[in-house]
Write a protein of this length. Structure first.
Length: 179
């Protein structure tokens, strides 16, 4: 539980740091995320896109095209109902915070530096993947691909919201239901 709480705190501190950076440029965090939803239909569309990305990811995992999983992070998984409930807060925080940091801020920074959206997607995904090294080297490759898929979705939609949905959904269901 203390580990989960510290992860949530670190995730939100990262968003605070990103917010300070975008604020210096005269932007709001909302601008980085992709604005606000205008209609309930738009909300449903982005949830459906997030669910679709998650389904693609599960399909790739089940096809074993990305190699087998590892048990390297097994000790980090929730044990019991209380830890599972706290894990949901971790997953929701990761879904929001990591999408803001990696697909929002970092991808835009790389794009400004290299002048290429494609390279920016790849570079942020590599940083995202390496950030999960604690899960093992094999997982880094899988998570890097996950970052590429999320980066492409953010680039296409000009919104982080579908990726936020898919990211949180993946972390919740992938750990609590499919472990």
């Amino acid at each position: 539980m203390p580990g989960y709480i510290s992860v949530v705190v670190m995730e939100w501190l990262l968003v605070f740091y990103v917010r300070m950076g975008v604020h210096k440029r005269g932007m709001r965090l909302r601008d980085l995320v992709g604005g606000r939803w205008a209609t309930p239909r738009e909300v449903m569309k982005e949830i459906a896109l997030g669910a679709g990305l998650w389904a693609v990811w599960i399909g790739l995992m089940n096809a074993h095209l990305l190699g087998g999983g590892t048990n390297a992070a097994q000790g980090l998984l929730p044990q019991g109902i209380l830890e599972s409930l706290v894990w949901i807060a971790v997953a929701l925080s990761a879904g929001f915070c990591e999408e803001v940091a990696f697909r929002g801020y970092l991808q835009n920074q790389f794009r400004a530096i290299v002048g290429s959206a494609g390279w920016a997607v790849l570079f942020q995904a590599m940083v995202f993947g390496v950030g999960h090294l604690y899960e093992g080297v094999g997982q880094v490759a899988r998570i890097t691909l996950f970052g590429v898929l999320f980066g492409l979705l953010a680039l296409w939609r000009k919104s982080l919201r579908p990726g936020m949905v898919a990211h949180a959904w993946s972390d919740i269901f992938g750990v609590i239901i499919f472990r």
